[in-house]
Design a protein around this ligand. Structure first.
Ligand SMILES: *[C@@H]1O[C@H](CO)[C@@H](O)[C@H](O)[C@H]1NC(C)=O
Length: 305
């Protein structure tokens, strides 16, 4: 046909334009979205590529006793003390809400007995919650109004540490932060924030969060994720406030937990994990945070041994 000639030459002309455009514009743009200098997480080998992964001579393991985030007032080292867990432990049900980032809803992550026990032992330990702005810690009721209590590592807490660890598949270089109960009275809240700081390249960061509701005798107080899409299906309305118009809001339900991963395999924080505790309108909400840190082994640089 007469028209096939011009069409073929048009195609070739386009290709000739496309190749340099791809090489000089598209490819550099794509690369700039995945910035160099990020720390990739490799679970299988437990090694880390990136700025820390110099071809150093010696690989020095970070150990819980040698690091900033690892004094045992901050994390819960695996010290071999057995956890005596009650029979009904681990009777939870998991519902997948999002694959990337991974968000799971965990029904009955703690039993009523465990929740009541933790509420009771926290009672005389509360002090105002602080925020960390990357430099210092301070109390700022406009951003966060609640009280928090550091929990002793009794049997129940140790049991939960084990549950949280096993839930994540025994990943290497994972450290469970000491657990805090968080109490929200009427008007208590926590503005939108991330649990990660983006500091993995400098040492460690919060890989994952369990947000557990220990006590939910309250109105309001939902946990809001404006950047997550509501999953299909009316059955989710048991756990979610299906009236929410922006993103999703979890209803506080005693014993249940939200689990999410804060960091992707590239070591960068997920923007979708931006979340808030909506103000409690009446009553009291008690939450429990279980944060798992990922801290890759430090490789010493050549010449600095
Ligand atoms: C919450 O209520 C308790 C008990 O009444 C009180 O001691 C505490 O100061 C209150 N906390 C806040 C942040 O209002």
């Amino acid at each position: 046909m007469a028209s096939s000639g011009p069409r073929l030459s048009t195609l070739i002309t386009w290709l000739l334009y496309f190749v340099p455009v791809y090489i000089f514009i598209v490819d550099p743009l794509v690369r700039s979205w995945a910035p160099e200098g990020t720390t990739r997480i490799s679970w299988l080998t437990g090694t880390t590529a990136g700025p820390n992964a110099d071809d150093g001579d010696v690989s020095e393991e970070f150990t819980p006793s040698t690091l900033h985030l690892t004094d045992d007032s901050f994390i819960s080292p695996e010290d071999g003390v057995p956890a005596h867990c009650p029979g009904e432990a681990d009777g939870y049900r998991v519902h997948l809400l999002s694959r990337v980032p991974l968000v799971l809803y965990v029904e009955k992550f703690v039993s009523d007995q465990e929740a009541d026990h933790l509420i009771k032992v926290s009672l005389d330990k509360y002090s105002p919650s602080i925020i960390y702005d990357g430099v210092s810690e301070r109390v700022d009721p406009s951003k966060r109004l609640s009280d928090r209590a550091l929990l002793d590592r009794d049997d129940t807490v140790r049991c939960l540490e084990e549950r949280a660890r096993a839930f994540q598949g025994w990943r290497p270089h994972l450290y469970i932060e000491r657990m805090w109960a968080q109490r929200y009275n009427a008007s208590g809240h926590y503005r939108h924030h991330y649990d990660w700081t983006g500091s993995l390249a400098r040492g460690g960061d919060r890989l994952s969060t369990f947000m557990v509701y220990l006590g939910a005798d309250c109105e309001g107080g939902g946990t809001h994720f404006p950047r997550l899409a509501r999953p299909e299906g009316q059955q989710w309305c048991r756990f979610l406030d299906c009236e929410e118009e922006v993103g999703i809001t979890f209803r506080p339900l005693k014993g249940n937990a939200i689990f999410w991963e804060n960091l992707g395999p590239d070591g960068l924080g997920y923007p979708e994990t931006w979340h808030a505790a909506y103000p409690v309108k009446s009553g009291t909400k008690v939450g429990l945070n279980i944060w798992s840190w990922y801290q890759p082994p430090l490789r010493k640089r050549r010449g600095r041994l």
